[in-house]
Design a protein around this ligand. Structure first.
Ligand SMILES: *[C@@H]1O[C@H](CO)[C@@H](O)[C@H](O)[C@H]1NC(C)=O
Ligand SMILES: *[C@@H]1O[C@H](CO)[C@@H](O)[C@H](O)[C@H]1NC(C)=O
Ligand SMILES: *[C@@H]1O[C@H](CO)[C@@H](O)[C@H](O)[C@H]1NC(C)=O
Ligand SMILES: *[C@@H]1O[C@H](CO)[C@@H](O)[C@H](O)[C@H]1NC(C)=O
Length: 407
């Protein structure tokens, strides 16, 4: 005998089952279909872990000529509109697992109507990161056996001279099969002896070693696997750019590197074109976004206004730009940066952005910064940032005038 209550319960249950059938039959397939299409559009590059150095072919952009109105703007001839009409290529460095970020970036890509190449970043738990940390330990141990308490290094000459060996210096730590012959930075790969694990600290300036480890050191002084993974990931892109631009005469011989957590001004292309017409000769790096530094320290070399927003965008000689979420490299810039970053006493000795900022502030790189930033990180709040630097306290906030994603 079924009670009235039980019958009511059955009716409710049946209704629930029917509803969930509708959900599974109608809504989920639609959603999955959408996700699949999105995934297909993303076409994440598949860099084989074993062959980190072999990048997938960059998106083959047709070198179609951009008709430059009155024909006066020759700087843009041979440039593809899908690379903002300025670059040979655009790369987005992205951890393969972060599909959420890739989906947001894909929205931006479509809104801006550009093409770019995804580059799988190396996660900090990758074995290659431990290999590098061991090499850094090994190098520091051998240096500390000398009497110099803080061994410092000098740059070799000819850091900006072609031809460019694909693998040299610290590359050989992680690419043991690559021929080491003819390397101007030549340091043979070290046979890796098991080294007792001990935390490493970040070096400063021309020092190869950091201060002695103490637990009380602030996080930004810890040479963590995350910092090494970030350096390694960017280095792979920078090497690819240096090799590509060396062989490529399209466009401006410049490439753009983005991280996957950025937002960009809707009129970024208009602003960049304005800046490009005023770009000083012989530039190496241009920071489209930067953090933790007063990039108006030096007077502007160019100021432009876009028609759409009438907002000013200026180009300043860089002061000490941190963050690596948006930077353009010229052909020589890529070469110089690559050779500095893989110079063994300097390689992986600190956070990548601290390294680049120091190269900039010591005149090793001819760098300019766009002010205000036209590309910003959406998730500021890195725990390993040097708060307090340049008097900005522990907070750095950056916003856009009119970001694609509304940042
Ligand atoms: C941009 O990428 C899409 C998809 O790969 C391709 O169909 C299109 O031709 C590319 N556009 C240019 C100008 O390269
Ligand atoms: C290093 O220091 C030790 C002891 O202070 C000294 O005997 C030795 O000569 C020094 N070596 C060098 C290369 O300066
Ligand atoms: C490193 O920098 C310090 C301070 O600027 C300087 O005294 C020292 O000579 C430099 N070391 C080398 C090897 O150039
Ligand atoms: C940045 O530097 C310029 C030039 O020295 C100075 O006028 C300005 O006040 C500085 N801005 C900040 C926020 O410190």
């Amino acid at each position: 005998m079924i009670s009235v209550h039980t019958r009511h319960l059955l009716v409710v249950l049946t209704a629930l089952v029917l509803l969930s059938c509708v959900y599974w039959l109608v809504l989920i397939p639609g959603y999955m279909d959408m996700s699949l299409r999105l995934l297909q559009q993303l076409r994440p590059s598949s860099v084989e872990r074993a062959k980190q150095i072999d990048f997938p072919e960059a998106s083959s952009l047709d070198p179609q000529m951009k008709t430059a109105g009155n024909g006066a703007v020759d700087a843009f001839s041979g440039c593809d509109e899908r690379a903002m009409g300025l670059f040979s290529d655009i790369f987005v460095v992205s951890l393969p697992g972060r599909m959420d970020r890739r989906a947001d970036m894909e929205r931006e890509r479509q809104a801006l109507a550009v093409n770019w190449t995804w580059v799988d970043a190396t996660p900090s738990n990758d074995h290659i990161v431990q290999t590098i940390l061991n090499e850094v330990r090994h190098l520091r141990d051998s240096l500390s056996r000398s009497n110099d308490s803080l061994p410092s290094f000098q740059w070799p000459v000819d850091m900006d001279v072609f031809p460019l060996p694909p693998f040299a210096g610290s590359d050989l730590w992680t690419a043991p099969t690559a021929a080491s012959s003819g390397s101007p930075l030549g340091v043979p790969p070290t046979a890796i002896a098991p080294v007792p694990l001990r935390p490493l600290t970040c070096a400063m300036q021309n020092s190869t070693v950091g201060p002695p480890y103490e637990p009380s050191l602030p996080p930004y002084m810890h040479l963590t696997p995350a910092k090494v993974a970030c350096w390694y990931s960017h280095l792979q892109v920078i090497r690819k750019i240096a090799m590509d631009l060396n062989a490529d005469t399209r466009c401006n011989q410049a490439a753009l590197v983005l991280e996957d957590d950025v937002d960009m001004e809707k009129d970024i292309q208009e602003r960049l074109h304005g800046i490009w017409t005023a770009l000083p000769q012989g530039w190496d790096v241009i920071f489209l976004g930067h953090c933790w530094s007063n990039e108006t320290y030096y007077p502007a070399v160019a100021t432009i206004k876009t028609e759409s927003s009438m907002l000013q965008t200026s180009l300043h000689p860089s002061f000490s730009p941190k963050c690596t979420h948006a930077y353009a490299l010229s052909r020589t810039g890529a070469l110089k940066l690559l050779n500095h970053l893989r110079f063994p006493p300097f390689a992986y000795s600190r956070a990548l952005d601290q390294a680049i900022a120091w190269l900039v502030s010591t005149g090793r790189l001819n760098s300019y910064s766009v002010v205000p930033s036209i590309v910003v990180q959406r998730k500021i709040g890195r725990s390993d940032v040097d708060g307090g630097r340049e008097g900005f306290g522990s907070d750095w906030r950056d916003t856009l005038a009119d970001g694609v994603l509304g940042t």
